[in-house]
Every structure is written in structure tokens, then in C-alpha cells.
Ligand binder design. Structure first.
Ligand code: UDP
Ligand code: MG
Length: 141
């Protein structure tokens, strides 16, 4: 089991002023931040990042949302990082998310759901590499 995952504090959360609160949740949950960057995704980046969803009906709106303003991308480290981060963020739809999860506390709806989390070790590696070069990551903490 891998020890890295990839997270995004999405544009809705940044716009609402929740970047710091969510960053604090990341640390409280025991993750080391190996790298973090504020950026505004281009359409090409958003389409590439979410390519797996390109046939879904919500794809166009999702790309519009993810390019609507700045977000923060993060490479996180912890034992069993992928599963642990998915537990910390909660279900995709905040109505289904457990209490005390980030999505329950900060998401607006199933699309504007505050944060991203990788769904497998393989995708975590791909997603980290999509936004960061090796030299931008702190070595294992
Ligand atoms: N999404 C959406 N409508 C839906 C389902 C998902 O807009 O009905 C968006 C939402 O922002 C979600 C992202 O697409 O986080 C990726 O969807 P996925 O099913 O991979 O959910 P996640 O892995 O983010 O929980
Ligand atoms: Mg997903």
C-alpha cells in the first residue's frame, strides 16, 4: 500500500476563504505536505486531469467549475494515504458524507465539493506527476 496521495482544494473552497481551514484539517489528519501550489487550471489541464470522466454528462460543467478560479494542488504523504484521505474528505455528494468530513463541512453540492482525493495508488502517482515534477516534492518526511 502506497504512502502518497494527491489532493486539490477546489475553486469553491478557495473562493469561500476555506483554504487555510482545509489545510489545517490536512495537518490535523496526520498528513505531511510534500508540495503545494496555488494555480488556476487551464481548460486543457482540467480536461486532461478529469479525462476519465469525459463521457459523463457533468464533464463540461466540471471543467468550467475547475477553471473558474484558483485552486490549491497538494501532494500528501501518510501511511495508507489514499484510503486515509478519502475517509478524511467523505463521499462525493456532501449529503452522503459522514460527519466531521471535509466535504460534509465545506462542500456546497455534488459538483462544488471543496476537495479532490485520488482513488488508487496508481492514480495518486499519475495525478501527482500531472502537477509536480520530482524536484518539487520534499523527500519522504
Ligand atoms: N461530479 C459532478 N457531478 C456528479 C459527480 C461528480 O460534478 O454527478 C464532479 C465532482 O466535483 C467530483 C468530480 O466530478 O468530485 C469527480 O467525480 P468522482 O466520481 O471521481 O468523485 P470523487 O472521486 O471526486 O469523489
Ligand atoms: Mg474520483
Amino acid at each position: 500500500m502506497g504512502n502518497k496521495t494527491f489532493a486539490i482544494i477546489k475553486p469553491d473552497a478557495v473562493k469561500a476563504g476555506n483554504t487555510g481551514k482545509i489545510y489545517d484539517r490536512i495537518l490535523q489528519a496526520g498528513f505531511n505536505v510534500l508540495s503545494a501550489q496555488l494555480l488556476k487550471m487551464s481548460e486543457v489541464q482540467a480536461k486532461g486531469f478529469y479525462a476519465v470522466h469525459r463521457e459523463r454528462p457533468f464533464f463540461g460543467d466540471l471543467v468550467k467549475f475547475m477553471t473558474s478560479g484558483p485552486c490549491m494542488v497538494l501532494a500528501l504523504q501518510k501511511d495508507n494515504a489514499v484510503e486515509s484521505w478519502r475517509k478524511t474528505i467523505g463521499a462525493t455528494n456532501p449529503e452522503d458524507a459522514d460527519e466531521n468530513t471535509i466535504r460534509r463541512d465545506f462542500a456546497t453540492n455534488v459538483q462544488e465539493n471543496a476537495v479532490h482525493g485520488s482513488d488508487s495508488d496508481e492514480n495518486a502517482e499519475k495525478e501527482i506527476a500531472f502537477f509536480f515534477s520530482d524536484g518539487e516534492l520534499l523527500s519522504d518526511q
